[in-house]
Design a protein around this ligand. Sequence first.
Ligand SMILES: C[S@@+](CC[C@H](N)C(=O)[O-])C[C@H]1O[C@@H](n2cnc3c(N)ncnc32)[C@H](O)[C@@H]1O
Length: 338
Amino acid sequence: MALLDQIWQRLTPAAIRPVPAFMTDFLSAWGFRAVCVAFKYRVFDSLAVSPKTPAVLAEETGTHAGGMALLLDALDCLGYVRKRDGRYENTPMVERLRETISLGIPYFEKIAFRDWEHLETQLKDGRGVRPVWFGGDWKIFQDGMVSLARMNIDEVLRKVKVGRSARRLLDLGGGHGLYSIAFCRRYRRLDAVVFDVPQVEKIVTRTVAEHGMQDRVKFRGGDFFVDELDPSDVTLLFNLIHSKSEEDNLEMIRRVADSLAPGGTAVLLDQFPSPKLGKVGYAYGSLMALSMFSAAGQRTYQPDEVSGWFTKVGLTDVKFLPIRSAPGNALVVGRKEG
Ligand SMILES: C[S@@+](CC[C@H](N)C(=O)[O-])C[C@H]1O[C@@H](n2cnc3c(N)ncnc32)[C@H](O)[C@@H]1O
């Protein structure tokens, strides 16, 4: 939102008319593409080492000096770099973003541009064209998930309180395993099982080893609609429901409720197309719905729909907790009577 913020701040009230509003949307697409290209050429990584002229950066990145100068000017307007005495440096915003975002850039670019190349046809057909993430795009997907997790993980840990008696965490469709690792670090008595499709095992095992958590975070491969779920005190369902139908989601949450110990907690994280999440959050939840329609023929769900599923399977104390650090995201938490 750096681009939008900047543009709206600079607009005078008289300029808030349909054409500037439309142009802001157009510019946000252009601006985002420019930012992605800068990440790909490692412009921000290079500027983090020292401020540089366009010519030096062009030589370092193997790009055209004139083109690089124009890219840097565009990034200056967008608030990502600033120019001082002919050299460019990162703004503090970029310094804070770099670690969170860099890994996920191919993912964000793919879902914004490549996946929507066929949106017209998909809208006509009424379904997504193909499962897009397997094969060559598998790593892009997993890296994107890591990037998204980094955006919200601190706030998720602050908002989800795990009881002192909890020992077992089940991370359903846990992918990279970072949430399991973070929860186990925070709660010393907790052990975790990351349950996901067998293709993910290598990534999880490597990530867990990098964090030195092999003793406490294990992987189990399978299909959570078919295989018996490990009994648990806390179950995470993070970023799962937006790629599944209402019926499948209800079935998944019912299976989770059945496998929870009495007094256990189910914690769901997803994107919601709801005004409760503010303007940017509402926009993200709604555009994410269209993205999931395009990718999987599915959508995002309203807070009440998800809370309703929790209640229907017998979970109580159901709460909707917005995640402010990652707009559009929120938790739904429910407890099994114990
Ligand atoms: C969008 S990713 C979310 C990863 C992680 N939970 C997160 O929030 O970053 C969804 C994950 O669920 C897994 N998944 C989807 N359906 C599954 C199923 N039926 N059984 C096991 N895993 C499944 C996918 O393989 C993928 O790793």
